[in-house]
Design a protein around this ligand. Structure first.
Ligand SMILES: Cc1cc2nc3c(=O)[nH]c(=O)nc-3n(C[C@H](O)[C@H](O)[C@H](O)COP(=O)(O)OP(=O)(O)OC[C@H]3O[C@@H](n4cnc5c(N)ncnc54)[C@H](O)[C@@H]3O)c2cc1C
Length: 280
């Protein structure tokens, strides 16, 4: 890979790279297919962690019993685009692409996530917060690839949900919210993480919204304050998916929905979560 120079690209599922090449927005001089590298496609729960090989397909994660231990991970995998994209696209490709509209970035930021990278200088493990530097930009160096994504399994009393609003299945979301909660005594929120997708140049951690929840009982007033704080944290652009104001309103509604599902799951209820579609 290093010998091929900076214009060579790795290819995994091809679901981001091939469309970019078709639009002539990417013109790699060589493609290095990583699909034949053994040992980087497993999905395994071990030692309190979920280990996702870079080549694990969205559809494989959706169907995985090990991944189902973290419901928000299942939601995310199941909600990406359509069956074709989910059958081909990989979690490693998604994380490496760092597309601000991608679902994995926001979802994995609600959890303690590390990215294992391998390159000419050996192996290193980077916290996801540090891995993504900007839109479409990561810390990966020339010839370096993502080998594995490691997610800490949240403690008992935790639940999460990833909810996106989409115009239709095979398009990126207009806005999305990933929420992960841990409930403590008397149904108070011991910990909360809320991350907004598609409404900024990178996934946005809505820390003020989290602070509105932490230490409080989850009633309508608390949820409303958190939703308003998230609306303020969103930084969307007006585009073909909707106006900036529409997206902010959507964020507030999605926060209420995601936190509501997360809380019910944290209490042990089996609740279906997932994406909302304007058209079916
Ligand atoms: C119609 C359509 C709709 C979509 N909708 C959504 C959606 O709603 N939500 C969503 O999250 N995604 C969506 N996607 C994107 C999809 O999830 C892709 O699978 C994903 O973004 C990239 O994964 P990939 O394996 O296909 O990567 P590729 O396209 O093969 O590669 C993407 C980039 O990552 C690099 N790369 C790939 N693997 C690695 C690795 N292991 N280490 C280092 N670099 C690597 C490549 O060099 C390339 O630059 C959509 C795609 C399409 C075509």
């Amino acid at each position: 890979m290093t010998d091929l120079g900076e214009e060579a690209r790795l290819i995994a599922g091809g679901q981001s790279l091939i469309p970019l090449m078709k639009m002539r927005l990417a013109r790699p001089v060589a493609l290095v297919d990583i699909n034949h590298i053994p040992g980087i496609s497993g999905i395994e729960g071990r030692g309190g962690e979920l280990r996702l090989g870079a080549l694990a397909r969205h559809a494989e994660i959706e169907a995985s019993a090990a991944a189902a231990a973290i419901p928000i991970v299942h939601d995310c995998a199941a909600g990406i685009a359509d069956v074709q994209v989910r059958n081909m696209g990989t979690i490693g490709g998604s994380v490496a692409e760092a597309d601000p509209s991608g679902d994995w970035g926001a979802t994995l930021l609600t959890l303690e996530t590390r990215v294992v990278c391998v390159g000419p200088n050996g192996e290193r493990t980077v916290a996801l917060e540090e891995f993504v530097k900007d839109a479409y930009t990561t810390v990966l160096g020339q010839g370096e690839l993502v080998r594995e994504i490691i997610v800490k399994i949240p403690p008992a009393g935790s639940g999460g949900a990833c909810v996106a609003f989409k115009r239709s299945a095979p398009v990126y979301a207009t806005a999305s919210v990933a929420a992960q909660l841990t409930l403590g005594d008397k149904d108070t929120v011991a910990d909360a993480r809320i991350v907004l997708g598609c409404v900024g140049l990178v996934a946005i951690r809505a820390q003020e919204a989290e602070a509105e929840l932490r230490g409080k009982r989850l009633d309508e007033k608390t949820l409303k304050r958190a939703a308003e704080a998230a609306r303020a944290a969103a930084d969307p652009q007006s585009d073909m998916r909707g106006s900036a104001e529409y997206k902010r309103t959507l964020v507030a509604a999605l926060v209420k929905r995601a936190v509501g599902i997360a809380a019910r799951r944290a209490r042990g209820e089996k609740v279906e979560g997932g994406h909302e579609y304007a058209a079916r």
